[in-house]
Design a protein around this ligand. Structure first.
Ligand code: GLU
Length: 278
């Protein structure tokens, strides 16, 4: 199968230098391999995603010299497909509805969870069944049951510079550090980010997922979900993040500037490449 990768921004704000880096790394890799480069807008957050950010992103990417080999995939146009995969996992007894707010979760966690990358859900709603799902309930994965049903020897191949090698999934880390993640959104009845994104990597026939290393630790959740849905995972390449001299992510700095602002100030695409070390 020939190399195929993608850039999959969430259009909830303008593209910054970190986005430019990720898109250019993936695009350059695809072109160097004689493969394909695709776009996907992860716009399932219907409140925060804005069409003007999509338009601006397309304009910025084209200005950077990026070309894509198919019309961009808009996730908001395919919500039914993601919903089917939530239903598929539900039919295997792997989901439960959750009515907890962030505040409820914070209150239920007795002590801060050291070492965990994010708050691990305290399983308050775990005894509820999907037939009780109310409007406004999210859907969570029964992580322990999911691990029991996963194929033996599950893992993924990483060829990025930071974690290069084979990564078997680590059940203890999934249980203790990731926990029962949300796979179905509560606001609209469709899959949440991890699931929708992994499904679309399959639907777009992505052979290599190229993205920032901030998503590395969540890759094993996506591998697990893909396996449960009967898919063979792609390969992964997690690249380093663009940081300032103090080590802070450029895209997260308060003064981070949109690519469109650099453009207005007269920067060229080559200036942008230089700024991000390409
Ligand atoms: N939509 C995600 C983001 O903008 C990226 C997801 C991915 O590349 O897998 O952070």
């Amino acid at each position: 199968m020939s190399f195929c990768t993608r850039f999959a921004p969430s259009p909830t704000g303008p593209l910054h230098l970190g986005h430019a880096y990720s898109a250019l790394v993936a695009h350059d890799m695809a072109r160097a391999q004689g493969g394909s480069f695709l776009l996907r807008f992860e716009d399932t957050d219907l409140e925060r995603s804005k069409p003007e950010y999509v338009r601006q992103a397309l304009d910025d990417l084209a200005w950077l010299g990026i070309t894509w080999d198919a019309p961009p995939l808009m996730q908001s146009a395919h919500l039914g497909i993601y919903n089917q995969s939530v239903e598929g996992l539900t039919s295997r007894g792997l989901t439960y509805p959750c009515r907890c707010s962030r505040k409820d979760i914070a209150a239920a966690l007795a002590a801060p969870q050291e070492g965990a990358p994010h708050a691990v859900y305290p399983q308050t709603c775990k005894t509820r069944s999907m037939v009780e799902r109310g409007a406004g309930d999210a859907v969570r994965l029964h992580m322990d049951r999911a691990l029991n049903q996963a194929s033996a020897g599950l893992g993924f191949i990483e060829d990025g510079p930071l974690h290069c090698g084979v990564h078997p999934i680590d059940p203890a880390a999934l249980l203790d550090e990731i926990g029962d993640i949300v796979i179905g959104r509560k606001d609209i009845q469709t899959a949440a980010y991890f699931l929708a994104s992994a499904i679309d990597d399959m639907r777009q026939n992505i052979t290599h997922v190229v993205r920032g290393v901030d998503l590395f630790e969540f890759t094993q959740v996506q591998i697990l979900l893909l396996d449960l849905l009967g898919h063979t995972p792609p390969r992964y390449h997690h690249h380093d993040l663009i940081r300032d001299d103090d080590g802070k992510r450029l895209a997260k700095r308060d003064d981070a500037r949109a690519i469109s602002v650099y453009r207005k100030d007269g920067a060229s695409p080559d200036d942008i490449r230089l700024m991000i070390g390409l």
